[in-house]
Design a protein around this ligand. Structure first.
Ligand code: SAM
Length: 220
């Protein structure tokens, strides 16, 4: 067994994860292909890699989690169906897995994380995998002004409301996928910029860690 565990075992586990996603209703072939190809266990610490293909969120340190595979697949499908290509900003890099999925799908990926330790951890993984993902440490509720506008913005933490600064950074016809609600749960929301109007659509309920920042929740 190598440092990275039993490769063929993980290939099989990835295949099983994708079959389960299909049973749960994920049909987007680009998303399913990305889930089959991106090695999720590489975004876990060595001692936890056997849990990488279970369909549940998992702690990554600093009180944060890598989201459940179904949640990542659900959000990525929503994005892919409305914004098939272009520049995407992710808020909440966490483990780096969601960013790697987007990169595999051919998006130009920008991602922001507020916790230095998680920023450094994901940076090391992106480097080891030679992924050309642009990343920044800071408050993602303020977006990434120098790189705006974005065709897609995907927020992977629960927000009280859509951060106004992020909305300003959406391109014309751009789409934001964001869980909105309180600590008991959030509704996955799709916001589309159409001419000068913003259209909001609510979907299923999820439970995310909080989006903490100037235009999110207060820390502590
Ligand atoms: N997308 C991640 C992945 O693939 O592992 C999972 C994200 S985890 C559920 C949410 C992340 O959002 C945490 O790493 C947290 O530190 C980060 N976060 C919360 N508020 C943030 C903010 N204002 N700016 C940037 N990151 C933030």
């Amino acid at each position: 067994m190598s440092e990275y565990g039993n490769g063929s075992l993980y290939t099989e586990r990835r295949y099983e994860m994708v079959e389960q996603l299909k049973r749960y209703g994920i049909t987007n072939t680009r998303v399913l292909e990305a889930f089959l190809s991106v090695e999720r266990h590489l975004f876990f610490d060595h001692e936890n890699r056997d849990a990488a293909y279970d369909d549940c969120a998992f702690p990554i340190g600093c009180g944060q989690t890598i989201s459940q595979p179904y949640t990542v697949a659900y959000m990525t499908s929503m994005l892919s169906e409305r914004c098939p290509s272009g520049k995407v900003l992710e808020i909440g890099t966490g483990s780096g897995y969601q960013a790697a999925i987007l990169d595999y799908m051919g998006y130009s990926v920008y991602t922001v994380e507020r916790i230095p330790e998680l920023f450094r951890r994901s940076s090391a993984i992106f480097g080891a995998l030679d992924l050309k993902i642009h990343q920044r440490l800071g408050d993602g509720t303020l977006g990434w002004e120098d790189e705006a506008p974005f065709n897609g913005i995907i927020v992977t933490a629960g927000a009280p409301d859509p951060p106004p600064t992020l909305l300003e950074q959406l391109a014309e016809d751009g789409v934001m996928i964001i869980p909105i609600g309180g600590s008991a749960g959030q509704r996955m929301t799709v916001i589309t910029r159409d001419a000068d109007a913003l259209r909001h659509e609510g979907f299923h309920a999820f439970a995310f860690v909080p989006l903490i920042g100037r235009e999110g929740w207060r820390d502590g």
